[in-house]
Design a protein around this ligand. Structure first.
Ligand code: PLP
Length: 415
């Protein structure tokens, strides 16, 4: 047995050596811009972007340079020490999020860890106020660690791992349910995604975040937004809550923040930050390598004016898929787009797309999600549209389901 991967038998090696958790659609070896290549040299247009992570695409010179420079300067020190890279990114995130003077940032390594920090903030707030319950929404995805999993009420994810965290309640994402749950005065914090990505790019109902903000303030609870997927420009605003004209008490970030380098963050607004030395930390969290890359990625998004491109390309893509076989509409904002299908063929469409050199994903049976790089241009939009239309047509040709999306509703989120 050799330690070198045989590119013909990689699936066997994956079965032998990795936990059996699914995935493994291809063996990818290289990326550049919006394209990745597998071990056989097949090129794919990557419109999943590592699940909304590769904000600048693959091997962007800014990313490469930031990793290389910082790795050669100072990659890691413990959190007994501060570094300029960590301070610079914290200041940048506070400015972009509009936290004001009182905001604080904690750096972690993933979205789940950012949300664990949010859970601990909610507990600290709960102890200070005598309120016990953390509320999240049905359909939510907040992560896989035990605290974040407890906020993720999907039976297939939760049931094998019970008992979960006590003091967590779930409500439907409706304004009535929101008003009901706040009525009993036990809510310490409400945790919500502005757009539920894993549920199939499902926006919150109109006015939900504003009502949540008002109720949380009125009842002394924290409003915590999980912007792990929607944050750092993905929706065409720096953060999706900014589309609603509200300010949360805290926000979790990860995915796109360092363009593919593992980094998460919990950002607090106002003076709700109840942490003190000894209550929380992370060995890797906020190390100079990760935070240097985070700063470089955010600076590039800002300097290159990529938010405008996100908005414009999002509209262009939504127009492009309109009227294709099975397509009943689109949801989301910016470059986080759910394409709804008239039949449960999303997995077939994903596989047919991959055979045509296009990577998309199927978060539910009848939704295709795309989350491409913020840097895409006309060429990528055209390449996507051609391959996606061909994939849909191929599935339509063999599917027992009617493929006409005509007459179905289009669910528009503000684009
Ligand atoms: C992906 C995601 C998470 C979990 O992030 P990890 O980095 O996988 O731990 C949490 N919340 C939301 C909204 C996500 O999309």
């Amino acid at each position: 047995m050799t330690d070198t991967v045989d590119t013909r038998t990689w699936q066997h090696e994956a079965c032998r050596d990795l936990l059996n958790l699914g995935g493994r659609l291809a063996l990818l070896v290289r990326g550049e811009g919006s394209h990745v290549w597998d071990a056989d040299g097949t090129r794919y247009l990557d419109f999943l972007g590592g699940i909304a992570v590769n904000a600048l695409g693959h091997a962007h010179p800014v990313f490469v340079d930031a990793v290389a420079r910082q790795a050669a300067t100072l990659a890691h020190v413990s959190n007994y020490f501060a570094t300029p890279q960590q301070l610079e990114l914290a200041a940048r995130v506070k400015r972009l999020a509009g936290t004001g003077e009182h905001g604080h940032v904690f750096f972690a390594n993933s979205g789940s860890e950012a949300n664990e920090t949010a859970v601990k903030l909610a507990r600290l707030h709960g102890h200070a106020t005598g309120k016990k319950t953390i509320v999240s929404l049905t359909g939510a995805f907040h992560g896989r660690t035990m605290g974040s999993l407890s906020l993720t009420p999907k039976p297939a994810y939760q049931d094998p791992f019970r008992p979960l965290l006590p003091g967590v309640a779930h409500i439907d994402p409706t304004i009535e349910a929101l008003e009901r749950v706040f009525a009993d005065e036990s809510v310490a914090a409400l945790v919500v995604e502005p757009i539920q990505g894993e549920a199939g790019v499902v926006p919150l109902p109109d006015g939900f975040l504003r009502r949540a903000r008002a109720l949380a303030t009125e009842h002394g609870a924290l409003l915590i937004v999980d912007e792990v997927q929607t944050g750092v420009g993905r929706t065409g605003e720096w953060f999706a809550f900014q589309r609603e004209g509200i300010v949360p008490d805290a926000m979790s970030l990860a995915k796109g923040i360092a363009g593919g380098f593992p980094l998460g963050a919990l950002v607090t607004f106002g003076d709700n930050d109840l942490f003190y030395p000894g209550t929380h930390n992370s060995t890797f969290g906020g190390n100079p390598l990760a935070t240097a890359v985070g700063s470089a990625v955010l600076a590039e998004i800002e300097d290159a004016g990529l938010l405008a491109n996100v908005t414009q390309r999002g509209i262009q893509l939504r127009d492009a898929v309109c009227g294709l076989p099975f397509v009943t509409g689109t949801r989301g904002a910016g470059l986080l787009i759910g394409i709804t299908l008239s039949a449960p063929v999303a997995a077939e469409v994903r596989d047919a797309a991959q055979r045509r050199g296009l990577i998309v994903n199927a978060p539910t049976a009848d939704v295709i999600r795309i989350a491409p790089a913020y840097t895409i241009g006309d060429a990528e939009v055209d390449e996507f549209t051609t391959a996606f239309a061909a994939a849909l047509a191929a599935v339509a040709a063999t599917s027992p389901h009617p493929s006409s999306g005509a007459g179905a509703d289009t669910e528009e989120t503000t684009a």
